[in-house]
Ligand binder design. Sequence first.
Ligand SMILES: [Zn+2]
Length: 71
Amino acid sequence: MSFLKDKDSNHQIITCYFCFETFEIDLGIDETFSGKNTEIFDCEICCNPNKVDADIYDGEVSSLIVSDGNE
Ligand SMILES: [Zn+2]
């Protein structure tokens, strides 16, 4: 049994915590991963560090929270 996915869930568009511009990130999660993933992504526009907390269920991102990565 297989499910066709029209979009790679690793690629997400986030809004920068600092400058409010949007940019794309690659979470690099396994397609069968379930759990939480926390990673720092530097903004492509202002280069500030955005901390991205992702809740993942079976490789699908169910929520993304962007916060200050300087903490
Ligand atoms: Zn920014």
